[in-house]
Design a protein around this ligand. Sequence first.
Ligand code: ADP
Ligand code: MG
Length: 294
Amino acid sequence: MSKNLIEKAASRLHEPDAANGFPPPPSARVLDALGPDAATPLSAFEHRPMPAPGDGPQGQSIDRARLRRLGMLTPDDERTQIGEQFRLVKRPILDKAFGPPASRLPRGNLVMVASSLPGEGKSFCAVNLAISIAMEMDRTVLLVDADVERSKVLHYLGLTAQHGLLDILRTPGLTVGDALVRTDIERLSVLPGGTPYKRATELLASEAMRKLVRELASRYPDRLILFDSPPLLMTTEAAVLAAHMGQIVMVVEERQTPQDALKRALATIGGLPVSGLVLNKSTSRHRAYYYDDV
Ligand SMILES: Nc1ncnc2c1ncn2[C@@H]1O[C@H](COP(=O)(O)OP(=O)(O)O)[C@@H](O)[C@H]1O
Ligand SMILES: [Mg+2]
C-alpha cells in the first residue's frame, strides 16, 4: 500500500490535536440505524438455544430483518446503497483471489478484515462482504470469526452454534466440519468464534491455528475464506494471524480512528499484503469508501 494512499485515507481520520473546526461525530442518522440490537449482549453461545436438531440441508436462516435494522446488506437487496458500496469493496478482493494470474496474490483467497481498534467496523464489513460475495453466482465464501473474545458474526447474522474456532483448536477430534454453520444462503458458511474462555486470543498464534488455516486453504482452494479479526493494537496475536493471509483489508473509521493508531496498526503488519482500505462510517453520502491500491 502506498504512502499516498494512507495519507489520503488518513486525512479523513480523527486528528486529536485539531480541536478547532473538528467535524461532528458520525451523524445521528448513522447511529440511529443501529436500532435496539446495538446494545444486546453478543455472546450467542451463552444466551441462545442450540440449533434445532435437523436444521436441514439448507442450513440455518439468516435473520434478514436484523441485518436491515443494523443497516447491513441483506441477501435480498443487493441494489441498496450499502449493496453498491460492498460491490465496490469486493471486486478487487475477488480479483486478487481468483482473477487472471497477473492480478492474483499468493494465497489470495485467505482474506483478513483488520483494524486498529475495537468498534471501527471489522465485523460489520466482514459480514457485509461475505454476503455480497456469496451473492455472486460462482463464488463460495467461508466467514471465520477470529475475533474470538468479541465474537459478533453469529449475532449479526442471527445464527446459533454449538462449536466454533476455539473449540476446534482446543478439542482433539473436533473438526471444521463439526463446527461449520451452513446458512440458507447456499454459498455462505460460517465458522463461529466458539466457546469463550480466558485469554482465548492467544490460541490465534498457536501452531494449531497455523495448521487450521493451512487446512482451510487447501481444502477449499476455490472458496474465499474471510477472517473477522481482533483489533491489531489490542492483541499481538492479530498480527500473527495476519501473517497467514494472502490479503488484508484495513477498516478505518472516519473521524474516529486516530491517524497515529492507523500508522501503528500498519506497522504491526509491515510487509504483509494490505490490499485495500475501507473508510467506514463515513458521514458523507456514501457510508463506506474503498481505496484499492495493488
Ligand atoms: N458503516 C456502518 N454504518 C452503520 N453502523 C456501522 C457501520 N460500521 C459499523 N457500524 C456499527 O458500529 C458498531 C461497531 O462495529 P463492529 O463491526 O462490531 O466493530 P468491530 O468489529 O471493529 O469491533 C456496531 O454497532 C456496528 O453495527
Ligand atoms: Mg468485531
